[in-house]
Design a protein around this ligand. Structure first.
Ligand code: SAM
Length: 386
């Protein structure tokens, strides 16, 4: 009989809310090949799920049911069998093994599927069940701690893989910090000449948004709760970006790129000051497209598979495209601004991992707005994505 308590349920549900990296204590240092565990009663506890949110099937269900996401990978792989035939593939963060099985279906000679979460036990079972035991080696461990890919020399004389596939993107693209894991795998195992990474490019965009209803509901709500002033919580809520669906009709400025990365060529430490791949600073200029009220800025990202045959495949999380589980990331401003068409918003966005917890991102946005009714409005907001 289940003995789940209310506290367990809270832990369980909070761990499903966000895609989160594994923080399970005592992870093996070196990746080990996974043997199948047939004991179906051996389910994780809520504490396990808290530290290892990817161990629970719920998060994988959400990702697999995101058809924009999963179909784009499927099309990229299965419509490019000529790239995969007889090739060695590394799946970084294999989860349920879905991308590895697409690669095996596409004719890969061998696939290495690595994941540090307990979900790999299920991936191993799934891969066996679908008849890919011989073509996919499943390994449990952190990619960074994995010293060798078993029998790689028997498949490849130079001890390298031809293709890396990975779905590493977090909210605001960089949340979860998995990009560095893929680059680590690239530097260690990808063939130096003509190596393929799916996807190989990513760009983050910024634009202005009218979002009065949600700002009132999620932020201003705290100013008057059953007649009590709870504005200390309003201050906290305002400084946490919200992951939410934004209707394209709410976008009231043009859109500008603020960060882009080429996974084939970028170095793991981009500059001295920003010596982390999850850090960037970008100046931006937005022009408002109609008379309206500005409540905040939103960010979204796009990834590209440029090494596919013929036309580049794009996976977009734009509000102008179909829904994805990444939604958009909203940064509310302190004030509501009355803007007119062709007003000018000039700013700087700066993103760094939090010094005390490098999985969290500290994002600072500085703005100056000049327009018909606004004269030199300046603001500086500090956000923490956690
Ligand atoms: C976003 S999920 C993608 C799962 C699967 N590839 C898919 O497309 O459905 C990312 C996976 O990467 C794993 N992961 C994150 N960081 C990792 C690391 N450093 N080493 C190994 N696996 C990692 C997580 O446990 C998670 O299962």
């Amino acid at each position: 009989m289940s003995t789940t308590t209310k506290d367990d349920m809270t832990l369980l549900s909070s761990s499903h809310n966000k895609r989160r990296r594994n923080e399970k204590e005592g992870d093996e240092k070196t990746a080990t090949t996974v043997t199948t565990n047939n004991n179906t009663n051996d389910t994780g506890t809520s504490r396990d799920y808290y530290f290892d949110s990817y161990a629970h099937h719920g998060i994988h269900e959400e990702m697999l049911k995101d058809t924009v996401r999963t179909e784009t990978y499927k099309n990229a792989i299965l419509n490019n069998k000529h790239l995969f035939r007889d090739k060695i593939v590394l799946d970084v963060g294999c989860g349920t093994g879905i991308l590895s099985m697409f690669a095996a279906q596409a004719g890969a000679k061998h696939v290495y599927a690595i994941d540090c979460s307990d979900i790999v036990t299920k991936a191993k079972e799934i891969i066996s069940l679908n008849g890919y035991d011989d073509s996919i080696t499943v390994m449990k461990g952190k990619v960074e701690d994995t010293t060798e890919l078993p029998n790689l020399k028997t498949f490849s004389t130079d001890n390298k893989v031809d293709i890396i596939i990975s779905e590493w993107m977090g909210y605001f693209l960089l949340y979860e910090s998995m990009l560095d894991t893929v680059l680590h795998a690239r530097d260690k195992w990808l063939v130096p000449q003509n190596g393929i990474i799916f996807p190989d490019k990513a760009t983050m965009y910024l634009c202005g948004v009218e979002d009065g209803m949600v700002k009132r509901d999620r932020i201003d709500f705290w100013s008057n709760v059953y007649g009590f002033d709870m504005s200390p919580i309003r201050d906290v809520a305002l400084h946490e970006p919200i992951v939410d669906v934004i209707d394209s009709k709410q976008i009231i400025t043009d859109t500008v790129p603020i960060f882009s990365v080429d996974l084939l060529t970028c170095s793991r430490a981009s500059s001295k000051e920003y010596n982390n791949v999850n850090s960037f600073q970008s100046n931006f200029q937005l022009v408002t497209t109609r008379d309206d009220f500005l409540h905040g800025l939103i960010s979204y990202f796009e990834c590209e598979f440029t090494q596919v045959h013929a036309q580049t495949l794009r996976l977009s999380t734009s509000p102008f495209c179909h829904y994805t589980h990444w939604k958009q990331t909203v940064f509310y401003l302190q004030d509501v601004l009355t803007i007119c068409e062709n007003d000018d918003i000039v700013g700087v966005i700066d993103c760094k991992p939090n010094p005390n917890n490098d999985r969290d991102l500290d994002i600072q946005i500085q703005l100056v707005i000049n327009g018909k009714f606004i004269n030199n409005y300046q603001t500086q907001m500090m956000y923490r994505l956690r």
